[in-house]
Design a protein around this ligand. Sequence first.
Ligand code: SF4
Length: 949
Amino acid sequence: MTTKKVFESMDGNQAAAYTSYAFTEVAGIYPITPSSPMPEFVDQWAANGMKNLFGMPVKVVEMQSEAGAAGTVHGSLVAGALTTTYTASQGLLLKVPNMYKIAGELLPGVMHVAARSIAAHALSIFGDHQDIYAARMTGWCMLASGSVQEVMDLGGVAHLAAIKTSLPFLHFFDGFRTSHEVNKIEVMDYSVYERLLDKEAVKAFRKRALNSANPKTMGTAQNDDVYFQAKEVQEKYYLPVADVVNDYMKEISKVTGRDYAPFTYYGDPLAEKVIIAMGSVTDTIREVVDNLNLMDNKVGLLSVHLYRPFSEKYFFQAMPKTVKAIAVLDRTKEPGAGGEPLYLDVKSLYYGQENQPKIVGGRYGLSSKDTTPNQILAVFKNIDGEFKDHFTIGIVDDVLNSSLDATENIDTLDKATTELLFFGLGSDGTVGAVKNISKIIGDYTDLYGQAYASYDSKKSGGVTRMHLRFGKNPIRSTYLVNNPHFVSCSQESYLTRFDLIRGIRKGGTFLLSTTRDIKDIEEFLPNEVKKILAKQQAKLYIIHAYELAKEIGEVKLVSTIMQSAFFKLNPQIMSFETAQEAMKSFAKKSFLRKGEDIVKMNYEAVDRGGDALEEVTVKPEWVNLEVKNEVDETRPDFVKNIADVVNSIKGYDLPVSAFLGIEDGQIPNGTTMYEKRGVAEEVSTWISENCIQCNQCAFACPHACIRPILATEEEVNNAPVESTWVDARGKGLEGLKYRIQISVLDCTGCMVCVNTCPAKTKALHMTPLTENVDRQEHVLADYLYNEVPAKDGLLDKNTYKNAVFAQPYFEFSGACAGCGETPYVRFLTQLFGKRMVVANATGCSSIYGASFPAAPYTVDKDGRGPAWANSLFEDNAEYGFGMRIAHKTIRDRMQNIIINENGAFKGELKDLLNEWVEVREDGDKTLELAGKIIPLLEKETSQAAIDLF
Ligand code: SF4
């Protein structure tokens, strides 16, 4: 039977959700990045009445945790409903206990996993295989997909094979790289699944269901007499799995024309050097294999699709007999192991064989670390001579020297492919706009498209890079765009913060949204940018997207304007008129439910965006400009050597040795004050004559940017910048000056302060950031926040107004603009920051609370401040309880020493220690005593004094 081929642009999550929907009666779910969109799609389709293969919408049940979802899946399967779940990372680990049960009871559940790093020295939402490897012993069969198309093609095989073999299947693909990559793919027709589904097996599964018409007892306890034998007897279910999977893959191959098997080989049939890998890296390896074989090398790739059970038969069926050297790539790190899992699996297959090839193993791509063709070339070179084992690629390991040198360049990009890079502000619509561009190209042309977003760790307002490729052939490049033909940037402040056009190709184009007039652009552009433009003979266009968006009536339209400008500059993709029509159709689809007015504004942005471009002449003499790389040596070492590097998107290049001294994952407090991101186009500005000195603006500010300052005449006179002050109002504040100060380079422009201000005529309004910077507001803020002591305590201590005069120990976090949580966190630190310990659950508050290298919890001039730590999503109460118990135990020990060894202490120290014992439950008093006790204790040499520390 032939079905019409349907192509659509979608990401890996949507592809997995689509295939799973067909076979799913019940979905037991709990969201976790990056797998959350899968159940969201299923939920949305079910709400719209979409039918599965059994003629019903999927019943979606969201539980209270991943463990809860696993329990639901287990129960639903036992009771006879075909059940699916979706997860990643620690979410998968929380499902492990039930996964053993489900496999042990031979239940055909399916789990789709957007594979992700495990939180260890730090949490990471990005992709690798640590999570799926941690589930490899549960008895679930495991299938790997390496691209969005493979997710579509093989996702169904997981369900079909689970039903036929009566075993659970885990289908995984790389978190973010595949789960969030939008690619134009061929969509599977559900009639194929209908044809392939083993209906007898479905019937048999339903017949086994636990119910009172078919009573039985499951989940018994067994003793040492029988448990072992009962475990062994299940092996017969695993023996046919590889054949069943292979049969289904052959059927899928017939339908799609793409060749699938438990292991697939790509490359020279007589290859001597082969890389073995699974997941998205396989596409990059294919590019390199093609390139090397064109130059008469004999190399190849063995892709693993069926990882468990690991089939010897199909492995050797696929692997060329000529192979002499193998490099196995594992996307994980197993500390202390003799090798990573896939490497050990491969070695065990060859164990004892004559003429076995040399086999080495290496690690790559942890936490979505980009794996480039250069690195793959280095792997092939390694098995051509050096044979370094347990190697790494993608990092410079200058501590244990595990890394391979990947500096040799190889350009594997299909010549018919164009690469584009878009820089935007997190949540400013750049991601959506570029996904739209990709979908428009996919839907309106015959071109294939690929779109991938890379983010920094800010909740919003961080830098987002969208990597877009399109071309005549399917796109296989599963790595970031490093040599773009076109670069677009919607934030002019990025010009000085990032190497926006590093790598731009000869004759490329740079589009910049700016507030500057065209005549001022030459002076405004950094020399480095001008030099690269001239050297690469690139074109430069500017657009006043922000002003235009404001004129139309909605600042969020910046991304639509940039989208329109992009199509205007790239008529080779499609005519601008066709693009306008397409953009309007997308806008209508997305915004109609928000009202006609919003749709019309989008139309206007589409129409005017293309016409608002201005070309800036790139002068050839710019190539001779001098570029200085100045490092501010006054910044703390961590900030200078690590934070600044990471914040300028150069953390990828930090060597392993940079992390010596912070091996446990800790970072110093108070690093966000050095960021000065300048992400707001407009910031709040104080109007002194309207102010009633209520401090409510500062109380409401989510980022501790706006602060009420009390200063003496002398402090005012010492200020580096002239500014407006008024007499402070209120009993106890006599003789002091008052001012509301805004840290304009930290302000996110959320307007919460402006909206909160209760003055009859608002005492705050928004003005362009550039004006404020020209007025040196940031210099003044720096002085007032850091050099002028906070004057809380002059008013009634227990009033919010007094507390807001206190130093915030939580400032300039990466929380979203207008965040409703952070004002409370900041306020808490103003009340208790000096002696605060935080056991933070995982979630928003941990991401804005500590995303490497940003630490918004800060310290005062005495070095005191909140101590902060995070364990997991679900255990912060227990984690905090542990801290509490430890603190009490340590204090009990101190008290014990003071009482039992009292004779060892003399004079003032003895009196102070005895006083400490009496007041040990009073935080303020012990803090005061600590200031006196510690200097005295430091001078003591007795064992009792040493033990007290
Ligand atoms: Fe002044 Fe308005 Fe702030 Fe109150 S909220 S202190 S009136 S600027």
